[in-house]
Design a binder for this molecule. Structure first.
Ligand code: ADP
Ligand code: MG
Length: 469
């Protein structure tokens, strides 16, 4: 069908939705194996943009377009359309290309293909931090996987170290075990706060070194997917510690070869403001509305994207949003690429390693500066006392009683380590163990007494339970 006929068809389709517009062909833009067709669109009197937006999805499905988007550039509105498969957006050909092999970028990151199907890369070393935002299912985690793989593809662990926080999801688990990791992939909030603090310490240490000494050290990339789920599940004090650590890393990380990469749905949420204000490079995937787009890239537009990894990218170097189709690799391709990386040679001598958090002893829970937090110990003492008076406890019950969100899972493990509750028995709640004060270790009794619970109160709590039996 020629473009003029297509324009008429579009007018007709809008009219069927009682939306009255004038559509004129404007030209085509090649894109890989296919092309984008561009139309100018004028709203007839009485027609509003929201009416047009309201039927875009419908018409897209009806005409079977792979891309159908409404754009405004200055006063003029355009329709961008592609009738054919959206070209190839594979990640691997870019990583395997000579251009990638020979690039002078220190930490090359493949974002995808621009609208003329040219690979689009950014150097994380220059950015130096990046935010990926957009609604669920639009391509953030895929883009984070691309970022990690591109960063390690030709950089062995003497050049790049990585810390991954993937809490409440498992998209990034595929990288577990690569030599570049400074710590196993972090899956819980408390360890998340701990590792952020350790990276701040390393930053402070590095800033004091001479630039020659620093040049020898690997860059550190802290990747946090769905940062909001971490922030919403920690108490006020930990939140404060974590956001201070993040603000610190974002402000001064560049002087210590430390880079932060954040994935989030919508950074307008109060609790993310701190983080996102300091990031100058960002990618917006399709958003629910123009407010989210505004919050991510400083302007609207991402609400018009089609999803499936299509993005708008802005950075200090390119303030006007660039439309990119995000690259993609199937899981098997990723796995085989990662095993190739694992097989290559790595010199670990300068590697940044974060020691495991020491949490064996509840009093030691606070061993690290970050978690040196008396309120947490006090809370733990309170939880032990309450537990002693219960027949059974579960993470859910704890979380409801003390409003501690997901932390209840860690706490219940600590109760188990201290022989206060039984090991997990399938999905059932755990039994409370001590039947008298002698069943409780001296260490715990001492800990409780430090927080105001005498041996007598402990005995009372236990007998309350025994009597109920
Ligand atoms: N660049 C892309 N190319 C093709 N499909 C994609 C791309 N990015 C995402 N998708 C598809 O969308 C799904 C959800 O993407 P994901 O990155 O997990 O979303 P989010 O993290 O934003 O919730 C993926 O499993 C994949 O099927
Ligand atoms: Mg995700």
């Amino acid at each position: 069908m020629n473009i003029k006929k297509l324009a008429e068809l579009l007018e007709y389709e809008f009219e069927c939705h009682k939306v009255f517009v004038k559509v004129n062909p404007c030209g085509t833009i090649p894109s890989g194996n296919s092309e984008f067709i561009v139309f100018k669109i004028r709203l007839k009197s009485g027609t509003k943009v929201k009416h047009v937006n309201g039927c875009m999805e419908d018409i897209k499905a009806c005409l079977q377009c792979s891309v159908f988007e409404l754009w405004q550039i200055e006063e003029q509105r355009y329709l961008l359309m592609s009738l054919y498969p959206n070209g190839d957006n594979s990640l691997m050909p870019i990583l395997e290309s000579q251009a990638f092999r020979e690039t002078e970028m220190q930490i090359p990151v493949v974002l995808g293909y621009d609208i003329v199907h040219k690979p689009f890369l950014a150097d994380l070393a220059e950015l130096p931090h990046i935010l990926y935002g957009g609604a669920t299912g639009m391509g953030k985690s895929v883009a984070l996987k691309n970022l990690i793989l591109s960063a390690i593809w030709k950089n062995p662990s003497q050049n790049v170290n990585i810390v991954i926080l993937d809490i409440g999801a498992n998209d990034l688990d595929i990288f577990e075990g690569i030599q570049h990791l400074s710590h196993p992939i972090v899956k819980d909030e408390i360890t998340g706060v701990y590792v952020a603090g350790e990276i701040v310490k390393e930053m402070e240490r590095r800033i004091k070194l001479t630039s020659n000494e620093r040049d020898e050290l690997p860059a550190i990339i802290l990747v946090i997917d769905e940062i909001a789920s971490l922030l919403s599940n920690i108490d006020k004090k930990l939140f404060q510690k974590f956001s201070n650590a993040m603000a610190n890393l974002l402000r001064r990380g560049r002087h210590a070869k430390i880079h932060v990469v954040i994935g989030t749905q919508d950074p307008t949420k109060e609790n993310l403001k701190i983080a996102s204000d300091n990031i100058t490079a960002s990618v917006a995937f399709r958003c629910h509305n123009h407010y989210s787009s505004q919050a991510i890239i400083g302007q609207s537009g991402a609400e018009n994207l089609q999803g499936k990894g299509s993005m708008l990218y802005v950075s200090a170097d390119c303030p006007a949003p660039v439309r990119i189709q995000g690259a993609y690799a199937e899981t098997e391709e990723l796995e085989s690429a990662i095993s190739r990386v694992k097989d290559s040679k790595h010199d670990m001598s300068n590697k940044f390693v974060i020691p495991e958090m020491q949490s064996d002893n509840p009093c030691d829970f606070a061993v690290t500066d970050v978690i040196l937090d008396d309120t947490l110990n006090k809370e733990f003492a309170e939880i032990i006392m309450w537990t002693l008076s219960q027949q059974t406890v579960s993470a859910n019950k704890l979380s409801n009683k003390f409003h501690i969100g997901n932390r209840s899972k860690d706490i219940i493990c600590r109760l188990c380590n201290k022989n206060i509750v039984s090991e997990q028995n399938s999905k059932q709640a755990r039994n409370v163990i001590p039947n008298c004060i002698d069943d409780i270790s001296d260490e715990i009794l001492e800990f409780l007494s430090k927080y105001g619970y005498s041996g007598e109160t402990v005995s009372e709590a236990i007998s309350k339970r025994i009597q109920q039996k």
